[in-house]
Design a protein around this ligand. Structure first.
Ligand SMILES: [Fe+2]
Length: 371
C-alpha cells in the first residue's frame, strides 16, 4: 500500500476555537485532525512522538504568534521538515514574504476554501514524501559508496601485501619485515609530525599513505637474480652494482603502474621510497647520490626504519643485534647516513618501536634481541 494512502495527521493551530472546528469539518474525513488553540500547545504536539505531517498555522494569535511557532519548528532538527501552511486574514504581500522567508511552505487566506485547502495539503504531503524518498536514496547511496571504498581499500592492502611478500620471501622466510618496517615508518612519521617544520606536510592521511607505501620499498628485488640476492657471502663489486639496481627496478615498476592508473598519491610515494631508500644524508648512497634534504622525506624516514629492522633481524651471516646496539648504530649514522632530525625522532620513540617489533618477530634469536 502506498504510504500516502495512510491517513496523515494535520495540525490546525488557531486561537479562535470556531475557526479550528470549521477546518476540522472540511478535513476530518481525509485526515486525522489535531488541534491546538495556542502556539505553545502546537509546539508541545510537534515535539511529541505523535507529530503532525502538515501544520495549518494561524499567524496572529494571542501569546506566541504563528511566526514564532514557525521559527522554533524550523530551528529544531526533529521538526524542521514538517511543512507549514500559514492561514491568515492578512493580505499584505510583505507579511506573506516574511512568513515564507521564515521557512513556511505555503500560504492560505481566510476565508479558506475547503477544496483549495485540501489540494494545498496534498501538495505538501506529496512533496514531503518525495523529499523523504530522495533522502533515503541518498543515505543508501552514501552507505554503498562507503562499503565499496572499504572493499577497495582492503583489496589495495591485500595486493600490496602480496606483491611485497613476493619480493620479501625470496630473501626472508616471513613477511614480518614488511610489517615491522611499516610500523616503524608510521611511528617515526607521527613523531616527526610534532615538529613545526613538518606539522602541516605530515598529515594523518599522508602518514597512512607512507605506511601503505613502505612495504613496497624492496619490491625491485624481484628483478635481482637468486645468485646475488641469496648469496651467503660478501658480494663482489659487480654483484653489488647489480644489487643496487633493485631501487631502480622497483621505482620503474611502480611508475609504470602510475602511468596506467593515472596520478595517485599512494603510487607516487611508493615510487619515491623504492627509488631513494638507500640514499644517504652525506650523499654517499645510491642510486642518485642525493644528499640532505634533496632526498625525499619519505625515503629519509624509510632509511632509518629499514636499517633498524635489518639490524634487529637474524641473517644467515649474522645474529640479530640487541635493540640497544641497533639504536647505538643508528645514532652513529646520524648526520652521515641518516637525517639527524629523523634519528632524533627515532630516539624519542625507540621503546615503542622495540615493543611493536616484538609483536612480529621472525626467530627466537630476534625475540631475545628485542626482549
Ligand atoms: Fe632496499
Amino acid at each position: 500500500m502506498n504510504r500516502l494512502d495512510d491517513k496523515k495527521r494535520v495540525l490546525v493551530v488557531d486561537d479562535v476555537r470556531s475557526n479550528i472546528l470549521t477546518l476540522n469539518e472540511f478535513l476530518k474525513d481525509q485526515y486525522v485532525v489535531m488541534m491546538a488553540t495556542s502556539g505553545e500547545k502546537a509546539l508541545n504536539l510537534c515535539f511529541s512522538e505523535y507529530k503532525p505531517h502538515v501544520i495549518l498555522l494561524d499567524v496572529i494569535m494571542s501569546g506566541m504568534d504563528g511566526y514564532d511557532v514557525c521559527r522554533q519548528l524550523k530551528n529544531r532538527e526533529e521538526t524542521k521538515d514538517i511543512p507549514i501552511i500559514f492561514i491568515t486574514s492578512m493580505n499584505e504581500v510583505a507579511d506573506e514574504q516574511y512568513g515564507l522567508e521564515l521557512g513556511a511552505n505555503d500560504y492560505l487566506r481566510k476565508p479558506v476554501n475547503p477544496e483549495i485547502c485540501r489540494i494545498r495539503i496534498d501538495h505538501q504531503l506529496k512533496l514531503q514524501e518525495a523529499r523523504s524518498l530522495l533522502k533515503d536514496d541518498r543515505n543508501h547511496l552514501e552507505q554503498l559508496i562507503l562499503e565499496r571504498s572499504e572493499e577497495l581499500n582492503q583489496t589495495q592492502d591485500i595486493t600490496i601485501q602480496c606483491i611485497a611478500s613476493l619480493a620479501e620471501t625470496r630473501d626472508n622466510e616471513t613477511g614480518n619485515h614488511i610489517r615491522r618496517t611499516k610500523n616503524n615508518v608510521v611511528l617515526i612519521a607521527r613523531e616527526l609530525a610534532k615538529n613545526p617544520l613538518y606539522k602541516e606536510f605530515l598529515s594523518e592521511e599522508l602518514i597512512s599513505i607512507l605506511g601503505k607505501s613502505a612495504p613496497l620499498h624492496d619490491v625491485g628485488k624481484i628483478g635481482i637474480p637468486d645468485s646475488i640476492l641469496l648469496k651467503p657471502g660478501k658480494l663482489t663489486d659487480e654483484e653489488f652494482t647489480e644489487m643496487k639496481q633493485h631501487t631502480i627496478y622497483g621505482a620503474e615498476a611502480l611508475l609504470k603502474a602510475e602511468r596506467k592508473l593515472g596520478s595517485n598519491s599512494f603510487l607516487r610515494y611508493a615510487t619515491e621510497i623504492a627509488l631513494n631508500h638507500h640514499e644517504r644524508w652525506d650523499g654517499k648512497g645510491y642510486p642518485g647520490g642525493l644528499s640532505k634534504k634533496s632526498i625525499p622525506l619519505s625515503a629519509r624516514i624509510m632509511a632509518v626504519a629499514d636499517v633498524y629492522d635489518a639490524l634487529i633481524s637474524t641473517r644467515c651471516y649474522k645474529k640479530a643485534f640487541p635493540h640497544a646496539k641497533a639504536v647505538e648504530i643508528i645514532n652513529e649514522g646520524s648526520g652521515t647516513q641518516f637525517d639527524p632530525l629523523v634519528v632524533s625522532c627515532f630516539n624519542k620513540i625507540k621503546e615503542e618501536i622495540r615493543v611493536s617489533a616484538l609483536e612480529f618477530t621472525d626467530t627466537e634469536d630476534q625475540k631475545n634481541a628485542l626482549s
